[in-house]
Write a protein that binds this ligand. Structure first.
Ligand code: 5RP
Length: 295
């Protein structure tokens, strides 16, 4: 057994330095093959190095939640304004036009529903089908500290092997159990494990204290999940702080599709992520698009 006694707490994150220049706009990917870098460029805009990923994969374990009752009428119209979209292959094939230009990020894990122990996931997508669907990346939940931690990490590693074989990126999604502490220390652990296991992108949650240490100590881009629906100004503030503190974008779902103006919110988030607008400035964009419906 590895000797874990006397491990020193990490403390020198060099957060003021930013990642070392590599000549490629996606952190940690300069050594990858052409195809994988090309696919990453369909997710992260080469001019900003950032992404606005619209997540609507939630149905794979919760079914038709609020805002996702109809993927064809409510979500498909938003797709042209997202850099990348994250969903299941079922959602993509049935409800999203094949003319979509966004980078395709396919949910590749599944198994339990919200009625069961969520960490009991398996790989639920073959890389061959991901290629058939022109996926830029596949996404898998990683349950560090969860009941099925080892299996989920092994699933991630297996997917990375398949991804490296075919030049498809892998997004490791940090899954936080109900009883886990959502702090920078936990997210440093979970995100770094995903990156060390070979994930090319890691999704995690924003934390008010020490988020810059999470992004600094993860050698691949961090994108931030929106989480539960917040007032629009708060979600924009979270996106702004995430970017300021080193995230390479957002992978946002409920805070867009549960907004009273999903298109307005998507435009506002884009302005924060790509144009560096302050939350209050971006909120004006949301309000304008929302017309009379926004507060
Ligand atoms: C679900 C996911 C979601 O895609 C992710 O949580 C982003 O959505 P939201 O912004 O609604 O949290 O990975 O497992």
């Amino acid at each position: 057994m590895a000797d874990t006694d006397g491990l020193l707490d990490a403390r020198d994150f060099g957060t003021s330095a930013g990642p070392a220049a590599s000549g490629f706009h996606v952190k940690g990917a300069h050594g990858q093959d052409w195809g994988l870098r090309n696919r990453l460029s369909r997710i992260f805009r080469p001019d900003t190095g950032r992404t606005v990923m619209l997540a609507f994969d939630h149905g794979y374990f919760v079914g038709p939640m609020a805002g996702l009752e109809r993927l064809d009428t409510r979500i498909a119209p938003l797709v042209p304004d997202a850099d990348a979209i994250m969903m299941t292959r079922g959602a993509l094939r049935t409800s999203i036009p094949a003319t979509a230009g966004a980078g395709i990020v396919l949910r590749a894990s599944g198994g339990p529903s919200i009625l069961r122990e969520l960490s009991d996931e398996h790989i639920a997508l073959d890389m061959e089908d991901a290629l058939r669907l022109n996926a830029a990346a596949v996404a898998i939940q990683v349950f560090v500290g969860g009941e099925h931690e080892s299996r989920s990490v092994a699933n991630l590693a297996a997917l990375v092997d398949a991804g490296q074989r075919h030049g498809v990126a892998v997004l490791g999604v940090t899954a936080v159990g109900k009883d886990m502490v959502r702090d920078a220390r936990y997210f440093r652990l979970a995100t770094r494990i995903s990156a060390e296991m070979g994930a090319h992108i890691v999704k995690t949650y924003y934390v008010d204290e020490g988020f810059e240490t999470v992004t600094a100590s993860c050698p691949v881009p961090i994108i931030v999940a929106g989480g539960k629906k917040l007032p629009e100004i708060d979600a924009l503030t979270m996106a702004y702080r995430s970017i300021q503190e080193g995230a390479a974008g957002v992978d946002m779902g409920r805070n867009i599709f549960q907004s009273d103006s999903p298109a307005g919110m998507l435009a506002a988030v884009r302005a924060v992520v790509h144009d560096g607008l302050k939350p209050e400035e971006a909120y004006e964009i949301y309000k304008e698009k929302a017309g009379g419906s926004a507060a």
